[in-house]
Ligand binder design. Sequence first.
Ligand SMILES: *Cc1c(COP(=O)(O)O)cnc(C)c1O
Length: 400
Amino acid sequence: MGYFKTNPDEKGNFGEYGGSFIPPDLQIEMEKITDAYFSISKSHDFITELRSIRKHFQGRPTPVYYAKSLSEKYGGRIYLKREDLNHTGAHKLNHCMGEALLAKYLGKKKLIAETGAGQHGVALATAAAYFGLECEIHMGEVDIVKEHPNVVRMKILGANVIPVSFGLKTLKEAVDSAFGAYMEDPINSIYCIGSVVGPHPFPMMVRDFQRVVGIEAKEQFHEMTGEQPDNLVACVGGGSNAMGLFSAYIEDECEIYGVEPAGRSLNLGDHAATMTLGKPGMIHGFKCYTLQDEKGEPAPVYSIASGLDYPGVGPEHSMLKDMGRVNYVTADDKETLDSFFELSRLEGIIPALESAHATAFACKLAQQKPKQSILVNLSGRGDKDIDFVMDHYGKEYGIL
Ligand SMILES: *Cc1c(COP(=O)(O)O)cnc(C)c1O
């Protein structure tokens, strides 16, 4: 367990990444959350309540499934950790329930967050409804139009969706707006970030709440096969579902792969392959690999999966890349779509487009390593993506 004692260090650094580079008044709040996290989240009551929520509300443990048809087609043995079966259809609820439970212990009344595609907003609105807390979700006006069904879901769940109308009116501005709202009332509200990103303690806290994925999977995989997996694969946007799975095996032998979106092409603006093509920099108050334009500003990013298009990445992933512990690879839009349809038709599982990046790479890996096992984190289900896929690719794939 040596790894978790020192990563992050007490200042929130993962090697040369992470930390906290924010205005002093915000820093004070982050330190309060850090202290509360260390004292409250390790208490017996907190752990017992979170366990009960995971079991009875979220439906955990989610299964590990042997993808027989996919394995027969590509060689290798491909297993899927079914986070698509977690309540609300993705892994995100794992950290939202943790963050909201912490908020309850702290006596907070309101949860505040940003959302891009709306997945984090829906998960947090769900957590707020569960705990009877207010919920305010900041979202760019462009995304509000694009992600209409998720906006409706948030509203049905009782959340207040705040349109953000400055700048590019997308995720980055939504983060700025949400932080601003949080600073207006840090006593009664708490900021709940959507991935293993942001200033300390968020990358650590979100990872710790997601560790349940890896802890369950390790036990389940061993029970099914009597072994450890030879390879792990997960998609990486900010990197929370990947850290959830990887954390259980960091100190073991297996090969680990994080899959980034190569989008339409590897030209700047056409992808979000932050670690594959970016360089160390600063974004939203922490250090990590970033994609930057000529001026050193966060570059425009694109992915067919809106949950993956962020020009930064978790600091822990940045460190694991430099250490050589995790291999960061890519899958492009076409490979992702092929895998989206293939998983649907061969296994009866419609994956999220984010997760289809991971399965696309896993199938290639299976061809290269036909004797080995591969455990993939299937981070979410694809219901949210079906209209988009039909509208844009229905003809190509023979549905329309
Ligand atoms: C948000 C999302 C992701 C990307 O977020 P990470 O923090 O990188 O895990 C991946 N898969 C699904 C289904 C998502 O909703």
